[in-house]
Design a binder for this molecule. Structure first.
Ligand code: HEM
Ligand SMILES: [Ca+2]
Ligand SMILES: [Ca+2]
Length: 304
């Protein structure tokens, strides 16, 4: 990560940031849910073997088992093709210069800014992996949908995040949706419900949106907060009111380690934006390939 820099493409591709910005602007007008998808896509890339664009590889045919999308933890991940599309524009302007992993980071950064969040300055210079991980490794690397405060603090401490930054990065759940398949155990397994701050009315609403059983649980979904296309601090306000959708969303306001920051961000959006920005840089700089490690892929979904 020390080899990333804030002016990496100044000579080799000065138009890069404006290309990504204008493509994202167009996309989010036609699909307001795209920013959420891109932000989650970045997390799921970085969580598995670092931010190396491994999640974008489509190795179909004989090697399906090597595509990260085969992991059920990647259920609902969308907009991988958006990065490939931006990459093809970037290739015509600056051939063989820009990695898919940097484009993914820039796209997620624009997604946050376009949704009303902070404009985050991100260091660049990542390279793409040429050896995709197997599905077992993907499964083991991504957190389960019902992870609690302990697990999350450990996960993000590994990336050098403070408790405050960890609470802030979970604020990504100010955007987007959760499919009912990820809420079955939370809503219907009494053993996993202990210690949650759940508003009973909200729990009923969730149960109506997500009835018991596998039927349609992969089609039906609930919004992560009531302003799910706006990057704001509503997620923290909702969580404090017992309206957190996932286990972690409702546990953070209860745990003595995380509660002070949930409270702080619920009343101070600027403090949330600041902590989110530094957490985002840590998330997106973890275990990256730099220098002559890895490759610059020509197409994001295929090995060179
Ligand atoms: C480690 C703790 C985390 C857990 C357990 C978790 C879990 C989940 C789950 C289960 C969903 C719903 C997916 C679906 O059903 O479609 C989701 C959605 C989402 N997550 Fe997380 N997440 C975590 C951290 C993060 C981080 C660090 C980010 C980004 C920086 C993030 C960004 C998102 C976004 C934006 C969505 C909405 C996606 C969409 O609408 O397409 N999450 N998360
Ligand atoms: Ca990766
Ligand atoms: Ca929101």
């Amino acid at each position: 990560a020390g080899l990333l820099s804030y002016n990496f493409y100044d000579q080799s591709c000065p138009q890069l940031e404006s290309i990504v910005r204008s493509e994202l602007r167009t996309l989010s007008l036609t699909d307001p849910t795209a920013p959420a998808a891109l932000l989650r896509l970045l997390f799921h890339d970085c969580q598995v073997q670092g931010c190396d664009a491994s999640i974008l590889l489509d190795l179909n045919g004989v090697t399906t088992q090597y595509s990260e999308m085969a992991s059920s933890k990647n259920f609902g991940v969308r907009k991988r093709e958006t990065i490939s599309l931006i990459k093809s524009t970037v290739e015509t302007m600056c051939p063989q210069q820009v990695s898919c992993s940097d484009i993914l980071v820039l796209a997620a950064r624009e997604a946050v800014a376009l949704s009303g969040g902070p404009r985050i300055d991100v260091p660049l210079g990542r390279r793409d992996s040429s050896n995709p991980p197997n599905v077992g490794f993907v499964d083991a690397s991504l957190p389960p949908a019902d992870i609690g405060v302990d697990g999350v603090l450990k996960l993000f401490a590994k990336k050098g995040m403070t408790v405050e930054e960890t609470v802030a990065i979970l604020g990504a759940h100010t955007l987007g949706v959760t499919h009912c398949s990820n809420l079955q155990s939370r809503l219907y397994n009494p053993a996993t419900k202990q210690g949650y701050a759940v508003n009973p009315g909200f729990e009923n609403t969730l149960k109506i949106s997500c009835p018991l059983g596998p039927l349609a649980s992969k089609i039906r979904f609930v919004e992560n907060d009531v302003t799910s296309v706006l990057f704001d601090n509503r997620y923290y306000i909702s969580s404090m009111n017992g309206r957190g959708v996932l286990r972690i969303d409702s546990e953070m306001p209860l745990d003595f380690r995380t509660r002070p920051f949930v409270e702080k961000f619920a009343i101070n959006q600027e403090a949330f934006f600041q902590a989110f920005s530094s957490a985002f840089v840590k998330l997106s700089s973890f275990e990256v390939l730099t220098g002559n490690q890895g490759v610059i892929r020509t197409r994001c979904n295929a090995l060179n």
